[in-house]
Every structure is written in C-alpha cells, then in structure tokens.
Write a protein that binds this ligand. Structure first.
Ligand SMILES: C[S@@+](CC[C@H](N)C(=O)[O-])C[C@H]1O[C@@H](n2cnc3c(N)ncnc32)[C@H](O)[C@@H]1O
Length: 209
C-alpha cells in the first residue's frame, strides 16, 4: 500500500482506539432520548484495522469501481475503500451529516493522498446519494440503521448485477433487523461475513430475482 495511506491509517486508528470517553460523552448527551448523529459528533465509532483490511481486500477482489459508503465519520473506512479503489481504478463516494466530521474526514482523505478518488458528500445520505450514478459495485452501510431500508430502496435500481452490500455492526439490534429483512427482499442472498459484526449480502446473480 502507498506509504501515505498506511501512515495516515496508522495515525487515525490510534486516535480512534481512544474513543471510549467520546462515546460515553455521546451517550451522556443523548440522555434518555433516541441517540442522534449529533450526540456522537466527537466519536469516531469506526471500523477497526482488521475490518479495514478485510473491506479493502473484498473491494479489490470484486474489482469494485463504483463504491458507495453511508457514514464516513472521520474518514477511516473511506480511506480503506479508497486504497482499494486506487488499485481497481475506481472511485468512492461517501456521505457524512456532521459538519465537523466532514471537515476532518476531508483533511484525512487528502492526507492519505486519496482526494482524487474519494468524494465526501456533506449532508443527509438520503438526499446526497439520491442522484448517485450507478452501477454501484460495493455498498458499505455504516451509518444510522433506521436509514438502511430507505437508502436501499433509493439505491437498489442503481446496483450492478452481483453488487455486494456490507453492513457493519450487524450484531446490533437495528442493523440485525435490517440484515434479517434482506432474507425476504427480492434479489438478495445473504453470505458469510468475516465475523458476527459484519454482514455481507449479494444482489442479483445467485439471488432471487
Ligand atoms: C459508525 S459511524 C461511521 C464510521 C466510519 N464508517 C468509519 O469506519 O470510520 C456512522 C456515521 O454516520 C453518520 N450519519 C448518521 N446519519 C447520517 C445521515 N443521515 N447521512 C449521512 N451521515 C449520517 C454519523 O454522523 C456517523 O459519523
């Protein structure tokens, strides 16, 4: 991997490893209310290094050229996906709602030398991804799980045959419900993720049409 990408990821993962107090602060901010993205504006809540490596290798194996991510946070997973897109000659489109995260993630993506490959759209993914042009080869859902269903409705017609959907935190209730719903959604086949935390599903070929 490009040393700029490795150095940036090493630094960002070290920072993300110190997330516990920020996550605790996020829950304190929400104080009995439904947890909102703004409550977690300082928390990285990112994938770990092993997940990043797995995600990059998956994207490379698929030869994914059009990669879409929901939930950029501070940019860690977007950088892993960007590293894959550099290898496949592809592009990554990612989305983030929280303005402070957008600014920082863009800085981190540039630091990794991937700003020509990764585009970060600021705002609500339900709007920012509405005009995204397909065919999408790889979709990574790592945002707020109540948006997964509507987002899939929005993007399904733009998916390539054989497109892969990866869902992080699949062992948490909201995401688990969404993943279970894929069993009865036409065209989808659930596969084996690398761990209970990560679900993988394939659209089209091999699935129910
Ligand atoms: C779990 S974090 C993403 C972590 C990131 N994928 C990583 O591994 O570095 C989820 C992110 O989704 C963002 N988010 C939540 N709802 C959103 C929405 N409607 N549109 C865009 N981003 C949203 C949150 O602000 C949060 O930063």
């Amino acid at each position: 991997m490009d040393p700029r990408i490795t150095a940036t990821l090493d630094r960002l993962h070290q920072e993300a490893d110190r997330d516990l107090p920020r996550i605790a602060m996020g829950f304190a901010r929400s104080l009995g209310r439904k947890l909102q993205p703004s409550h977690m504006r300082d928390a990285w809540i990112s994938i770990d290094q092993a997940q990043g490596q797995w995600l990059m290798e998956l994207a490379e194996r698929l030869g994914a050229r059009n990669i879409v991510e929901f939930g950029a946070s501070f940019g860690i997973s977007a950088i892993w996906l960007g590293a894959a897109a550099r290898a496949t000659g592809g592009r990554v489109t990612t989305t983030e709602l929280e303005p402070n995260k957008v600014v920082a993630a863009r800085r981190h993506i540039a630091e990794a030398g991937l700003d020509d490959i990764v585009t970060l759209l600021e705002g609500d993914a339900a709007q920012t991804l509405a005009d995204h042009a397909g065919p999408v080869d790889l979709l990574f859902f790592d945002g707020w799980s109540d948006l997964y269903d509507p987002l899939l409705d929005l993007l399904e017609a733009k998916l390539a045959d054989g497109a892969v959907l990866v869902v992080d935190n699949a062992n948490m209730p909201g995401s688990a419900r969404f993943v279970a719903s894929l069993r009865s959604r036409a065209g989808w086949t659930l596969g084996e993720g690398p761990s209970r935390r990560v679900a993988v599903a394939t659209f089209g070929s091999g699935g129910r049409k």
